[in-house]
Design a protein around this ligand. Structure first.
Ligand SMILES: Nc1ncnc2c1ncn2[C@@H]1O[C@H](COP(=O)(O)OP(=O)(O)OP(=O)(O)O)[C@@H](O)[C@H]1O
Ligand SMILES: [Mg+2]
Length: 238
């Protein structure tokens, strides 16, 4: 890629209390790129996304978004600049309806922008007056992603957006994500336990271990690289 990256982490060190989780983490994401971040449980994938959002402070290293140093910005300031986040624990408002949840994601955009979300996830349109608690797990995930998208992020961070969903719904959602990414030019980082699905969605992948990038490759290439997957993820994909 010849363009400068939209997101760049260099030698990021971060953790919780006495524990260092991110230990010299460096990687870039380019405009419109779909990047998979994979690795075993506990290697620091969620912490990496949280550090990008400002929910975990950097102890050292640098973090640039659209060429600017964002390490000192608060999470909401990062969101305003174009970072979207769908956390591993979904953050929809259960007491609000689908439509009210979506309105909360609009920021300064007109209400008519809701049609984008309904076009992408027709199921949400059918359930627009339902409360958050009446939604299935998959619908809650769609709602969480749709709300993040309505803010028109430059880069959307998706932490296990398919977790706990039935295979058919997983495929449906991945297709919707890929379609959305292509249509809108929004870059995405996807973290997913089902490595094969993440690699089929993504164009490029970074593999994490102990809070650092141990391997980087084209997604299609890594999908065929059983030795690397076996070593760092501990599973063969098929
Ligand atoms: N709030 C926290 N306080 C203390 N330690 C934490 C906290 N959150 C995570 N950790 C620890 O940091 C390490 C990395 O956790 P993280 O959630 O980033 O891993 P992950 O790669 O996302 O794992 P998974 O695949 O299971 O979601 C783990 O050892 C975890 O126990
Ligand atoms: Mg995680």
């Amino acid at each position: 890629m010849n363009s400068s990256p939209v997101l760049s982490l260099q030698n990021v060190v971060a953790g919780y209390g006495p524990t260092t989780v991110l230990d010299g983490l460096s990687f870039d994401v380019h405009a419109g790129e779909r990047l998979a971040m994979i690795g075993r449980n506990g290697v620091g994938k969620t912490t990496a996304l949280r550090a990008v959002m400002g929910l975990v402070p950097l102890r050292s290293g640098s973090l640039h978004f659209k060429g600017q140093d964002i390490a000192a910005l608060l999470p909401h300031q990062r969101a305003e600049r174009g970072l979207g986040y769908v956390p591993q624990t979904r953050d929809i408002f259960p007491s609000l309806t689908v439509e009210e949840n979506l309105l909360a994601g609009l920021k300064r955009r007109p209400r008519s922008a809701l049609d984008e979300a309904y076009a992408l996830f027709p199921r949400l349109a059918e359930r627009r007056r339902n409360g958050g608690t009446q939604l299935s797990g998959g619908e809650q995930q769609m709602l969480s992603v749709a709300r993040a998208l309505l803010g028109r992020p430059t880069l959307l961070l998706l932490d296990e957006p398919l977790e706990g969903l039935a295979p058919l719904i997983r495929q449906e959602l991945l297709r919707a994500f890929a379609h959305m990414a292509q249509q809108t030019g929004i870059a995405t980082i996807i973290v997913e336990q089902q490595v094969d699905e993440a690699l089929r969605y993504a164009q490029r992948a970074v593999v994490l271990d102990h809070g650092t990038v141990v391997h980087e490759a084209g997604a299609a290439e890594l999908l065929e690289d059983e030795a690397t997957l076996e070593r760092w993820v501990g599973m063969a994909v098929h």
